[in-house]
Design a protein around this ligand. Structure first.
Ligand code: C2E
Ligand code: CA
Ligand code: CA
Ligand code: CA
Length: 278
């Protein structure tokens, strides 16, 4: 019959679609990408703007597909976080960065290597164990590591986070609060964590010279850095005017497109070799 033929036709089409098109499984794809080494580090230089020196870099994750396409973290880090793949992803990224920059970093122990760490990675000292395993026997020293935890996602257990941070510091690593001013935690809470540095979000840097309110925030954070004796790093710095303002207001460290975007490994290594004659 006509109806029967139609059903057969529909079944054939459905079957064809299901075999030619991969099934939608974004978590499975991401897991496979990690296993295949498609999760790669890019490196954004961090500058000492008082001394005009390279301090090191922040590692920013990229997904390099076999097609050559490079995907930004906004497209897959949220999925990694909600699926729990973020731990595995972070470890893969750390191993890849370690292997890539070990030689140039071993010769220049003053250079820092920064990573973004998910808040839950601080639970149960998990990050402490992972850091020791990955960097314990490498040419990169633990004192070269800077671990950034964002203020956006609150740390569930403040006391546990504080212990983890102290344990990392005992190993020589440093810890920074990222995106300061964008979350809801308040400075008092942040300072209780005993971190070594704070990173001022681009949002406040953008407003330099335009909004008195944001200038006041930058001045306050600079003052806080001085009294607490912690480093203050400005991010998203795009102009020389901003660099000047930051320098004049006692902020010594900065990263942003005015210096360089996140660079592929070899480009960053070339920059290190050009800037640090050790
Ligand atoms: P973030 O940690 O605040 O990183 C800074 C972001 O600002 C980076 O974007 C960087 O490329 C960009 N940026 C730096 N300088 C400038 C500038 O002068 N102008 C502008 N317009 N942008 C600038 P990216 O690489 O797309 O990373 C976005 C976010 O993804 C990061 O923000 C971080 O929250 C997250 N992320 C990146 N890598 C990782 C990772 O390995 N683990 C985790 N958990 N999150 C990561
Ligand atoms: Ca960061
Ligand atoms: Ca940041
Ligand atoms: Ca930011």
């Amino acid at each position: 019959t006509r109806a029967g033929g139609f059903v057969v036709c529909a079944l054939v089409i459905a079957l064809a679609l299901s075999t030619t098109r991969p099934r939608e499984d974004p978590v499975g794809e991401l897991r496979a990408a990690i296993a295949a080494g498609e999760i790669v580090p890019f490196y954004q230089p961090v500058m000492d703007i008082a001394a005009g020196r390279l301090i090191g870099c922040e590692v920013l994750v990229r997904w390099r597909k076999p097609t050559g396409e490079v995907v930004s973290p906004g497209a897959f880090v949220p999925l990694a976080e909600s699926s729990g793949l973020i731990f595995e992803l972070t470890l893969a990224l750390m191993r890849a960065a370690r292997d890539e920059v070990a030689d140039v970093y071993a010769l220049r122990p003053q250079l820092k290597l920064g990573f973004n760490i998910h808040a839950e990675h601080f639970d149960n000292d998990r990050i402490v164990k992972d850091i020791q395993e990955i960097f314990g026997h490498s040419a990169i020293q633990l004192s070269q590591l800077m671990l950034e935890v964002t203020e956006r996602a609150p740390l569930a257990d403040l006391a546990a986070a504080r212990r983890s941070i102290a344990a990392l510091q005992a190993l020589g690593a440093r810890v920074a609060i990222d995106d300061v001013g964008t979350g809801h935690s308040g400075l008092n809470y942040l300072l209780k964590l005993g971190v070594d540095a704070i990173k001022i979000d681009k949002m406040f840097v953008d407003a330099i010279g335009t909004e008195r309110y944001s200038n006041a925030i930058i001045d306050t954070l600079a003052e806080l850095g001085r009294t607490m004796r912690i480093d203050v790093i400005a991010e998203g710095v795009e102009s020389f005017e901003q660099v000047e303002y930051l320098r004049e207001h006692g902020i010594h460290m900065a990263q942003g497109y005015v210096f360089a975007p996140a660079l592929p490994g070899q480009a960053y290594i070339d920059l290190v070799e050009a800037m640090c004659h050790d």
